[in-house]
Design a protein around this ligand. Sequence first.
Ligand code: DQA
Length: 165
Amino acid sequence: MNRIHVFHGVNLHLLGQREPDIYGRITLDEVNGRLIETGQTHGFTVECRQTNYEGELVDWITKLTPSDFLILNPGAWTHTSYALYDAIKGVSVPALEVHLSNIYARESFRSHSVIAGACVGQISGLGTDSYFLALAYALEFQKYRQKERNSNHEAGKDSPETGRE
Ligand code: DQA
């Protein structure tokens, strides 16, 4: 089963109370609950985690495999962390960068993402809909891969060593 992970970085645990004019009033638990529920209705497990420790996020990312899908809002690490860029590249996991606020319409330091080049795309500025649209994409992406794997399996094209792609 191809998995979908949602990793939230630094300060996102404050969602709901932090600068509500920018980030809204919905809490991280509420966002995660809706993401998990939506995944379930499509037959996928969505695993959500948040950390304020950059090294911990690097550890989580580098335990992923290319068959996983990552939805990532790194918070302020978006603008600084070459370590996250290298981690995503290092495990070749398809990653979609997500931001609640429009990072191009705020302070100038926010308008550069150092991880964007390691990601398949970016959704920025749609509030919590940024996450839900990212999940819609991730679900389609993973469903397509599963279909491909099933048809390869039926055609006997599995890898001889592992029986997998
Ligand atoms: C953010 C944007 C970042 O610039 C900021 O540091 C955050 C949240 C967003 O979701 O809009 O913590 O990633």
